[in-house]
Design a protein around this ligand. Structure first.
Ligand code: TYM
Length: 332
């Protein structure tokens, strides 16, 4: 059976982008067809200025939402990254395989470090080395497939390069992984700025649908989304980013094709209304299930505890092997 690994970072409230680009597939498809591990990657949330209590809160909330979205602890392993030491242990070895240049080329590093500097803040070193930790997350488990949204494809590509390089230098230790990206909604865009990604850590929330937004709030955000100049409804991501984003969201909710859907609409108003209805209905069961599970923190904690135990057992032998291969003397 294929091995799948993916993760979500508790750096903000989870969004419709996280759900359509990643989480929904994990629950509906991936956990049923593979040996799947899903991780709340809390160490990654420390790479930018953060509030400790908030990260802790968002970590439990992300776990609760993943369970509410349908991850079944009987079918997959759900755990928190910092509960399994192997991630940090392997990350350092991969930093010794990666180069400074390839880390600096990462688009997310360039964007985020520019944003931090523009705010007058300093850039944490961990923001630069982030992809080594992400590669460790993936490679520790012998992962073959990494289901992610489009924005993470470059990081998965780097994980491939590091696996290949490590294997060449030190002997075959890692499986070489590949990213799998959804056909529709691989990059859900901000409703107020459809040329940038709907991202959970953006400051203004009016263009972002959060999974736990009240239905009226979801509706309002979608109805007020910016559209493009001209009146025709056509699917053209470069020329008509606003309309195309709504068509993708609607197609992802209904399982259709954005291009085909565009033929069914003559006005922005009708498209917005249908997209709003579809998203509200899509999120309704998730919100309801989240409410039940949030009342049972003991259950969620127990899922995470046993998930970490299982994850550790999978990761440890490979990470130990990597330590030996790279030249470290095993403890006696
Ligand atoms: P994160 O937390 O930003 O996002 C989690 C997942 O959601 C996808 N995603 C989106 N998909 C479509 N449209 C969007 N607007 C959108 N926003 C987010 C992301 O592509 C991702 O799949 N570095 C990763 C977390 C990570 C990871 C890993 C992932 C750490 N280690 C190992 C896979 C394997 C991140 O920050 O994702």
């Amino acid at each position: 059976m294929a091995r799948i690994f993916s993760g979500v970072k508790p750096s903000g409230h989870l969004t419709l982008g996280n759900y359509l680009g990643a989480m929904r597939r994990w629950a509906e498809v991936d956990q049923h067809r593979a040996e799947a591990l899903f991780c709340i990657v809390d160490l990654h949330a420390l790479t930018v200025a953060h509030d400790p209590a908030r990260v802790r809160r968002l970590t439990r909330q992300a776990a609760t939402l993943l369970l509410a979205a349908g991850l079944d602890p009987e079918r997959c392993t759900l755990f928190v990254q910092s509960h399994v030491d192997e991630h940090a242990r392997l990350s350092y070895l991969l930093e010794c395989v990666a180069t400074d240049g390839e880390m600096r080329r990462m688009i997310q590093y360039r964007e985020k470090s520019a944003r931090e500097q523009a705010k007058g803040g300093s850039v944490r070193l961990s923001l630069l080395t982030y992809p080594a930790l992400m590669a460790a997350d993936i490679l520790a488990y012998g992962t073959e497939e990494v289901p992610v949204g489009d924005d993470q494809a470059q990081h998965v590509e780097l994980s491939r390069d590091l696996a290949v390089r490590f294997n060449q230098r030190y002997g075959r230790t890692f499986v070489v992984p590949r990213a799998t990206v959804p056909g529709v909604a691989a990059r859900v865009m901000d409703l107020q700025d459809p040329t940038s990604k709907m991202g959970k850590s953006h400051e203004s929330g009016t263009g972002i649908v959060y999974l736990l937004d009240e239905p009226e709030v979801v509706r309002r955000k979608i109805l007020r989304s910016v559209t493009d100049s001209g009146r025709e409804i056509v699917y053209d991501r470069a020329g008509k980013p606003g309309v195309s984003n709504l068509l993708e969201i609607l197609a992802a909710c209904e399982g259709g094709d954005p291009e085909e859907l565009s033929g069914a609409y003559e006005s922005y108003g009708a498209l917005k209304k249908d997209a709003a209805d579809a998203v509200v209905e899509l999120l309704r069961p998730l919100r309801e299930r989240h409410r039940e599970l949030a009342a049972d923190t003991e259950y969620v904690d127990e899922v995470l505890r046993s998930g970490a135990e299982r994850a550790r057992a999978v990761a440890r032998p490979r990470v130990d092997a990597a330590h030996r291969a790279i030249g470290l003397l095993p403890p006696g």
